[in-house]
Every structure is written in structure tokens, then in C-alpha cells.
Design a binder for this molecule. Structure first.
Ligand SMILES: *Cc1c(COP(=O)(O)O)cnc(C)c1O
Length: 392
């Protein structure tokens, strides 16, 4: 029988190993949940599902009884945009902590809403210096909010959210955190780290299907949004909060199959536990990184700065990204391009989702054998009798 998804072609019945930072390879139980019943989102069954998802999302975000979450149908950016557009009051300002592509996105979103910003541009792959955040906030009391990314996916850098939140709170400011590519795998806690607004998505380290995002915060913070202007209709967090909290129903038609899958994924995440998932991701990333370095490849960041979900590295000498993508894709692996200033000479490998140690080992074996350069040397050069070094 031919599949109606003809683009998936013959041997694609076999699942590709997705090493892009979301959407991720799903657990079978999560994928199976996508095929749940057709349902009206204004019936009690959906209200119950929504309440459970919001509660479980708050738990994975490290929230307590004082916290809650609002579920959005949209990609991760919809959550970040909803938080910025709704949480920063009029005549206020946003300090943008920018050490990569997603930090800079705070600036772009705020500017689109006419919100005043101060962009603390640290440079890509440069760790956040909390002292510079403190200086910037002290110098400008009108910067009422700080926007930062936990895992800066453009470089794989893990930023210290708790350190920045501590300083922001000492100075009476609120913190909006893009935890889209970290929540689920990195240690983060609304309650413990002092995160005022946490933005996440279903399809990265929480291992759900694409299509859902969320914002988690204190109930009182959502309530206070009533006094803010409506800069946006569809992404107005107060509108979503009011609908979901007061009437228990979504403001608009949600992606119902993605909700089924998200609940299954949240159940798995809660059963595994944040520490165990962090350890699973860390072990997988270590295995990959050790193998890459054994092949002579140069990782972008030093060990202390790396998040567990993604590794950015230099392209092998003599091999272009397209070539590498094609070769790895033919063997069943989807690798990921680096962005902007890193695109010319770097690439990225995500280890989010249901990737196994065996997948990593097979990936490394295939990679070692990718011909490169005009002379078709291999990364692991058998003639050299050892795993090939990276030739300058
Ligand atoms: C993936 C990602 C986003 C959201 O991207 P979408 O394409 O909207 O899902 C936002 N921030 C970070 C840090 C990300 O990695």
C-alpha cells in the first residue's frame, strides 16, 4: 500500500534520527497519542485535558501552588512574543541580554511592539557577565524587565538564569526567560531561580509534538496583566489566562492532537524527573562530544559553558555544510546548519528527544567515513592508522 504522505517515500518508514533542535524524535507513546479521538475544544473532555496539561507544565517548569501556565497553540516564539508583548507595561523598558541569535530575537520582538529596549550585546558564545547586567540596570531605572535565554541554541551555550534573576530582583526588576530549548533538560525552576516569566515549547527537551508553547508565571503576575495595554490580540497573555483560568477553556481553537501528545510527553518527563533527564541528556552529549573530538573536530564552546541539548562545532576542513548534510542524511541522520555569523564554518548537532547511545555511535561511525575535500580523505583515515585529525 502506498502512503498518502508520498514525500516520505519508500524507505522512510524507517525513522530519521533528528539531530536538529526540535522537532525531536518522539517516544512511541507520544506519537501514538497523536491519534487520539476527534474532539470539540469546548466540551468538558478538553477542559479537563487543558487543566491537566497546564498543571503538569507548571510542575516541569518548577512552579508551586502560586504558579500556573498558559498553553498556546504556536511554536516556541509565540510564547516568547506573548510574554514580551504582554508583560512589559507601557512606559517601561526591556534590557535584552544578547549573546546569540535568540537573545537578539528579544530585541526584534520588543521593537515590533514599540517597547523601549537596551540591548546588552555581549557577542556570540560569550558568557553572560551578571556584573554587566547589574550596571545596565543600575544606569537605567526605566528598564523594568530583563529578557534572557537559558540555552542559547545558536551556540549551545547555557546561560546562568539564577544569577541574572537574583540581580534583577535586588534591583526590583522582572525577568522573562526564553527556556524554549532548555526546559525539560536543564535545571530551571520558577520558584527556585526567581524566574518571573518562563517561556517554553512542547517540541524540544519536553519531547512532545510540535505546535504548542506555554508561558509559566505566578498567578498574581497573570492577574496584574489586566492593567496592561493590549498590544496584541491573538498573543495577549491576559486573554489566554482569563479564558483558561476562569472558564477553563481555550480562547481559540487549539492544536488538539498536539495536546494529546504533550500530555503523554509531560507524563514521561515527570516520571523520569528533571535530574534523571538532565543526566540522560548529559551522558548522550558527552558521548557525542568525546567522539567528535576523537575525530579531530573542534567544538565551539569549552566544557563549562555547554548546555546538554546541543553541540556547535567547526565544519571538518575541506567539507561544506551541504555536502555533510547530504552524506549524513543518506545514512539516516538530520544535522543542522549554524546561523548567521557561524553559518560559514560551523554546524550544530542536537541530542534532544529520544536519541539513544546506539544512534550516537552509529552517527560517529558514519561521520568518520564521510569523504571530504578534493582528495577524498576520510575523517577517520585508515591509511593514517588512527582517527583523522582535523587538517588545517
Ligand atoms: C527553538 C527556539 C525558539 C523557538 O523557535 P520556534 O521556531 O518558534 O519554535 C526560541 N528560542 C530558542 C532558544 C529556541 O531554541
Amino acid at each position: 500500500m502506498t502512503t498518502p504522505l508520498s514525500f516520505l517515500a519508500a524507505d522512510a518508514a524507517e525513522q530519521l534520527v533528528l539531530m536538529n533542535p526540535g522537532p525531536v524524535v518522539l517516544d512511541e507513546r507520544v506519537r501514538a497519542a497523536l491519534a487520539g479521538p476527534d474532539l470539540c475544544h469546548r466540551e468538558p473532555e478538553f477542559a479537563d485535558l487543558l487543566a491537566r496539561i497546564r498543571h503538569k507544565t507548571t510542575l516541569v517548569a518548577g512552579g508551586g501552588d502560586a504558579h500556573t501556565s498558559v498553553l498556546l497553540t504556536g511554536s516556541g516564539t509565540s510564547a516568547v512574543e506573548a510574554a514580551i508583548g504582554s508583560a512589559v507595561p507601557p512606559d517601561a523598558g526591556l534590557l535584552v541580554v544578547d549573546n546569540g541569535h535568540y537573545g537578539e530575537r528579544f530585541e526584534h520582538i520588543a521593537t515590533a511592539y514599540g517597547i523601549r529596549t537596551h540591548r546588552l550585546e555581549l557577542g556570540w558564545a560569550t558568557p553572560v557577565d551578571p556584573a554587566r547586567v547589574e550596571q545596565a540596570l543600575a544606569a537605567d531605572p526605566g528598564l523594568t524587565h530583563v529578557g534572557m535565554v537559558q540555552h542559547e541554541t545558536s551556540t549551545g551555550m547555557l546561560n546562568d538564569v539564577a544569577a541574572v534573576a537574583r540581580i534583577a530582583h535586588e534591583l526590583g526588576r522582572e525577568v522573562i526567560v526564553d527556556a524554549v530549548s532548555s526546559v525539560g533538560a536543564e535545571r530551571i525552576s520558577l520558584a527556585g531561580d526567581g524566574v518571573d516569566w518562563l517561556c517554553g515549547s512542547a517540541n524540544k527537551c519536553l519531547e512532545g509534538a510540535p505546535g504548542l508553547a506555554f508561558v509559566s508565571a505566578a498567578r498574581t503576575a497573570f492577574e496584574r496583566l489586566a492593567d496592561h495595554p493590549n498590544r496584541t490580540y491573538y498573543l495577549d497573555l491576559h486573554r489566554h489566562y482569563t479564558a483558561q483560568e476562569k472558564s477553563g477553556l481555550p480562547a481559540f481553537t487549539p492544536g488538539i492532537p498536539a495536546c494529546y501528545a504533550f500530555e503523554a510527553a509531560l507524563d514521561l518527563a515527570l516520571a523520569e524527573g528533571q535530574e534523571a533527564r538532565h543526566a540522560r541528556y548529559a551522558a548522550l552529549a558527552e558521548r557525542l562530544r568525546a567522539g567528535l573530538e576523537a575525530l579531530g573536530l573542534e567544538l565551539l564552546l569549552p566544557p563549562g559553558q555547554r548546555a546538554v541539548g546541543l553541540t556547535a562545532l567547526r565544519l571538518p576542513a575541506g567539507t561544506g555544510y551541504e555536502e555533510l548534510h547530504q552524506a549524513m542524511r543518506a545514512a539516516g541522520f538530520v544535522i543542522y546548519r549554524a546561523q548567521e555569523r557561524l553559518a560559514a564554518d560551523h554546524w550544530r548537532l542536537s541530542t534532544m528527544g529520544r536519541i539513544t547511545a546506539a544512534d550516537i555511535d552509529r552517527f560517529l561511525a558514519v561521520l568518520a567515513d564521510v569523504p571530504r575535500g578534493a582528495d577524498h580523505e576520510r575523517l577517520a583515515d585508515p591509511a593514517a592508522g588512527r582517527l583523522g585529525r582535523q587538517h588545517a
